[in-house]
Design a protein around this ligand. Structure first.
Ligand SMILES: [Zn+2]
Length: 56
């Protein structure tokens, strides 16, 4: 079984740095501008932002 992770991403629109879960159950949006950063895709989320760092 895969471990869930958190990833640090940079919003492509406003460059806000945000830590998100890589297996989201709902759409994750940028807290600053509201851009979608990750969408649930039946388990692993599809990240739509630049990944800065993966946190184990
Ligand atoms: Zn943003």
């Amino acid at each position: 079984m895969k471990k869930s992770k958190f990833v640090k991403v940079r919003c492509p629109d406003c460059e806000n740095i945000q830590i998100i879960f890589d297996h989201p159950s709902t759409v994750v949006k940028c807290l600053v501008c509201g851009r979608t950063l990750s969408e649930p895709r039946g388990g692993r989320g599809e990240i739509k932002a630049e990944i800065v760092q993966v946190l184990e």
